[in-house]
Design a protein. Structure first.
Ligand SMILES: Nc1ncnc2c1ncn2[C@@H]1O[C@H](COP(=O)(O)OP(=O)(O)OP(=O)(O)O)[C@@H](O)[C@H]1O
Ligand SMILES: [Mg+2]
Lengths: 254, 446
C-alpha cells in the first residue's frame, strides 16, 4: 500500500528526515514512537503532502497504491484514500462541520466515480458516525474546530476519519490531550474501523494507546531515521526503559 | 417631475453653481427654499475634498470631482420602467414599498399602506403637510453637518426625498422598503435624500435597496440621509447596494442620532460598484444608547470602495459594535476607516470594533484603519483588524480532506461573507443576499 524508500525531507533548509525506509501493507497497524522533535509529525506531513516541506526527490521514493506519491497534490492523496489526523487541527471559522465534511466526502466520492450525497443522505451518515465516536450532534452545526477544546478537536478528527473511510489513516498524536474516556472512545472507533483493506499509522508517545489499539509493528524514529523496529513488545520496552538506550545505540552507530 | 440635461456640463465647482442651479428647474416656492438658500450661500465657503486631506487620502475623489455633471431629478433618459424587486422583498411582506427615481418620489410605482402611526412617502409632501411639516422642519439637516461639501451639495439641490416616521410608541413589525432607483446618463448627478424619524419607544424596520440601471459611465449619485432615534426607539436598517445593478460613482453619507436608551442595528452591504464611498455615522447623544453597525463589501475589477464608519459617544453607558468585513479581488482598492470617538462625559462606554478583510488577489489592496479616540477614563473599548489571503494552513487542511485549493478558497470566502448576511433580520432579503453571495462565490474561482 505504502512504500517509503530513503526519504529525505527538509524545512527552511534544515534537513529533518534523513533517509526513512518504511512499508505498510493493507490491514496493518504501525506505531511510530520517538522523542520530541525526532521528525514524527514531519514524516506524517510529508506523506500528506504539506508543501512547507521539501522532499529531496533525487534520492527519495514513495509509492502509495502503486502511484508516485511525491507527484500528487495533497487533495489527490486524500481522494485516493490517505487521511491524516493532525496533531494540531486548525480552526475554520464560518464553515460548519457538516458542510465541510460533506464537501470533503463528495470530493472523494467524485474521485471514485460515485454520486455525491445530498444533504439528507449525508446527514444520516454523519449522525451514525457521530454516534460511533460518541459526539454530541450539535457539533455538526458548529464551525470546524472553532473554539473546540484540544480533546474535542482530536475527536473531531476521528469523526472525519470515520466519515471519509480512508485506506490509509495516519494519526499524529491523536491520543495526546484526550482524557481516559475519550481515549477509549477514539481507540474503539479505530478498532472498529480496522479491516483487512485499511491500514493505520499511529504516531504516539504513549504505550497507553497501544493497549487499546494493538499494533502489528512498532518503529522508533530518532533524528530523522527509523532506528529500530519491532513488535508491540518494543513499545513496552520503551515504556519501561525510556529512550536513552535508543539514543546511545543510534548515536554510536551514526 | 423635472428633467434636465445640460449639454455643456463642466466640473462641479463653486463658480459653476449659479449656472447649474439655473439649469435645474426647482420649484420657486416650495418648503425647502430656505434650506437650499442656506446651502447655496455656504457652499462657496467649503473647501472641496482632495487627496491630501486625511479623510480622503485613500479615495480617488478626484475621479468624481473632475467629472462634468449636470444635476438631474426624476426621469431622465435612463431606464423608465419600475424595476422588479420582488426577488428581494415582496411588496406583500412590507408595511410600505416606496420607489424613488433619481431622487424623485414615484407614487405610481409605490405601494403606500396605511399603518397606524407610520408615515412613509415623499419628503416634499411631508414638508407641505401640516401633520408632518413641523417634524421635517425640525429634523431635516439636524444630524448631518451642512459644512460637509457633499451634504451641502445635496442640500443645494434638495427637491424631494424619502421621509419615514414612526410615531411615539408605534411598533411596525413589517419592514418599510425604500427603493432608490439610480438611472441616468453620463455626465449627470443625482441628489437622493432620506429622513427617518423613529419616535419615543417606537420600533421600525427599514430596508433600503439601491437599484442601479443603465447608468452612463460617469453617472454620479450623491446621497445624504439622516436617521433620528428618540428615547427608547429601535431601528433595524438593512441597506444594500450592488445587489441590483452596480453603482458607477456613488457617494452616500448617512448619519444617525441616537437619543437615550435607543438602539440602532444597521447593516450595510456594498456588493458591487465602481467608485463607491459610503459614510456611516452614529452619534450616541444620550445615555444608554446602543449602535451596531455591520458591513460587508465585495470589491473586484479595478473598482474602488471606501467605507468610513464613525461612532461618536457623547454620553455615558453607550454601547457600540462595528463589525465590518471586506472581500477584495482582482486589482480592486478598498478602504475601511473606523473611528470611535469617546467624549469625556461618555463614561462606561463599551465599544468593540472589528474589521476583517479577505484579500483574494495579490494585486488587490486593502487599507484598514480602525481608530479610537478616547477622552473618558472609565471605558471598555477594543478594536482589531486583519487583512490577508485565506491562511495557507487552513487551505492545506482542506486539501488533506480532498478539497482542492480553489474550492477551499471559495468555501472559506462564502463562510466569511455569510456571517454578516446571516444577521439580516428580514428573511426574504437575507435569502436573496445569501443567494447572491453563493452565486458570486459558487463553483468557479472568483
Ligand atoms: N521551520 C523550521 N525550521 C527548522 N526546523 C524546524 C522547522 N519546523 C520544525 N523544525 C524542527 O523539525 C524537527 C522535527 O519536528 P516534528 O514536529 O516532526 O517532531 P515530532 O517528532 O513530531 O515531535 P513531537 O513529539 O514534539 O510532536 C524539530 O526539531 C523541529 O524543531
Ligand atoms: Mg509531532
Amino acid at each position: 500500500m505504502l512504500t517509503v524508500k530513503n526519504l529525505h525531507a527538509s524545512i527552511d533548509g534544515v534537513e529533518i528526515l534523513k533517509g526513512i525506509d518504511f512499508e505498510v501493507k493493507p490491514g496493518e497497524v504501525h506505531a511510530i514512537m520517538g522523542p520530541n522533535g525526532s521528525g514524527k509529525s514531519t514524516f506524517a506531513q510529508v506523506l500528506a503532502g504539506n508543501e512547507a516541506y521539501e522532499v529531496d526527490e533525487s534520492v527519495s521514493e514513495v509509492t502509495f497504491l502503486g502511484q508516485n506519491l511525491l507527484e500528487l497534490s495533497p487533495e489527490d492523496r486524500a481522494r485516493m484514500g490517505m487521511f491524516l489526523a493532525f496533531q494540531y487541527p486548525v480552526e475554520i471559522p464560518g464553515i460548519t462541520n457538516a458542510y465541510f465534511l460533506r464537501a470533503s466526502l463528495n470530493e472523494i466520492r467524485k474521485f471514485r466515480g460515485e454520486d455525491p450525497l445530498d444533504p439528507l443522505e449525508f446527514q444520516e451518515l454523519l449522525e451514525e458516525k457521530m454516534r460511533l465516536v460518541q459526539m454530541d450532534p450539535v457539533y455538526a452545526e458548529r464551525f470546524v474546530n472553532a473554539g473546540f477544546s484540544g480533546g474535542e478537536k482530536k475527536r473531531n478528527e476521528i469523526l472525519q476519519l470515520a466519515v471519509l473511510d480512508p485506506k490509509l489513516a495516519i494519526l499524529d498524536e491523536t491520543d495526546s490531550g484526550l482524557d481516559i474516556d475519550a481515549l477509549r472512545i477514539v481507540a474503539e472507533g479505530v478498532n472498529r474501523l480496522r479491516s483487512p483493506e485499511r491500514a493505520f499509522i499511529l504516531v504516539t508517545h504513549y504505550q497507553r494507546l497501544l493497549n487499546y489499539i494493538v499494533p502489528d509493528y512498532v518503529h522508533v524514529l530518532y533524528k530523522g531515521r527509523i532506528v529500530r523496529s519491532g513488535g508491540r513488545d518494543l513499545a513496552l520496552e520503551l515504556e519501561s526503559r525510556g529512550y536513552d538506550w535508543i539514543r546511545e545505540e543510534a548515536d554510536v552507530s551514526a | 417631475m423635472s428633467h434636465i440635461t445640460d449639454q455643456n456640463a463642466s466640473p462641479v465647482t463653486v463658480d459653476r453653481l449659479p449656472e447649474l442651479l439655473s439649469a435645474y428647474s426647482l420649484p420657486e416656492t416650495d418648503h425647502f427654499c430656505q434650506t437650499r438658500q442656506r446651502a447655496r450661500e455656504l457652499f462657496p465657503e467649503i473647501p472641496l475634498p482632495h487627496a491630501k486631506m486625511e479623510d480622503w487620502r485613500h479615495f480617488n475623489i478626484g475621479a468624481v470631482l473632475n467629472g462634468r455633471y449636470s444635476p438631474v431629478f426624476g426621469s431622465c433618459g435612463g431606464q423608465s420602467d419600475r424595476p422588479t424587486t420582488e426577488n428581494l422583498l415582496s411588496a406583500e411582506d412590507t408595511a410600505a414599498e416606496l420607489f424613488f427615481l433619481n431622487g424623485a418620489y414615484r407614487p405610481d410605482w409605490s405601494r403606500e399602506r396605511t399603518v397606524q402611526g407610520v408615515y412613509a412617502g415623499s419628503l416634499a409632501r411631508a414638508a407641505a403637510d401640516p401633520a408632518t411639516s413641523g417634524s421635517v422642519r425640525e429634523l431635516l439637516g439636524s444630524v448631518l453637518d451642512l459644512r460637509d461639501p457633499f451634504v451641502c451639495l445635496n442640500t443645494v439641490f434638495l427637491a424631494d426625498g424619502a421621509f419615514v416616521q414612526a410615531g411615539r410608541g408605534v411598533a411596525c413589525a413589517e419592514p418599510v422598503h425604500l427603493v432608490f432607483v439610480h438611472t441616468h446618463p453620463e455626465g449627470t448627478v443625482t441628489f437622493p435624500r432620506l429622513l427617518v424619524h423613529v419616535g419615543e419607544q417606537a420600533s421600525l424596520r427599514l430596508v433600503i435597496t439601491h437599484v442601479f440601471a443603465d447608468n452612463g459611465e460617469s453617472a454620479w449619485d450623491n446621497m445624504a440621509g439622516e436617521l433620528i432615534l428618540e428615547q427608547g426607539a429601535r431601528l433595524e436598517l438593512e441597506e444594500t447596494a450592488g445587489l441590483l445593478g452596480a453603482p458607477r460613482r456613488f457617494l452616500s453619507l448617512m448619519g444617525a442620532r441616537l437619543n437615550r436608551d435607543s438602539s440602532l442595528n444597521w447593516r450595510v452591504f456594498t456588493l458591487d460598484g465602481e467608485l463607491v464611498r459610503r459614510d456611516c455615522r452614529a452619534l450616541l447623544d444620550a445615555p444608554g444608547a446602543e449602535a451596531r453597525v455591520e458591513g460587508l463589501f465585495i470589491n473586484s475589477g479595478k473598482n474602488m470602495m471606501d467605507h468610513p464608519v464613525r461612532i461618536h459617544h457623547r454620553a455615558p453607558h453607550g454601547i457600540s459594535r462595528i463589525t465590518f468585513k471586506g472581500v477584495a479581488l482582482d486589482e480592486s482598492r478598498s478602504v475601511y476607516t473606523g473611528k470611535v470617538l469617546v467624549e469625556r462625559d461618555a463614561q462606561k462606554t463599551d465599544s468593540i470594533q472589528v474589521n476583517h478583510n479577505l484579500v483574494l488577489s495579490p494585486e488587490a489592496r486593502v487599507e484598514t484603519r480602525p481608530q479610537l479616540e478616547i477622552y473618558a477614563d472609565d471605558v471598555r473599548c477594543t478594536h482589531g483588524a486583519t487583512a490577508g489571503p485565506p491562511p495557507p494552513e487552513i487551505v492545506y487542511y482542506f486539501q488533506t480532506r480532498g478539497i482542492g485549493r480553489q474550492q477551499a478558497r471559495l468555501m472559506l470566502t462564502r463562510g466569511f461573507v455569510e456571517e454578516i448576511a446571516d444577521e439580516i433580520t428580514v428573511p426574504a432579503l437575507r435569502m436573496a443576499v445569501l443567494r447572491a453571495l453563493s452565486k458570486r462565490f459558487g463553483e468557479e474561482e472568483p
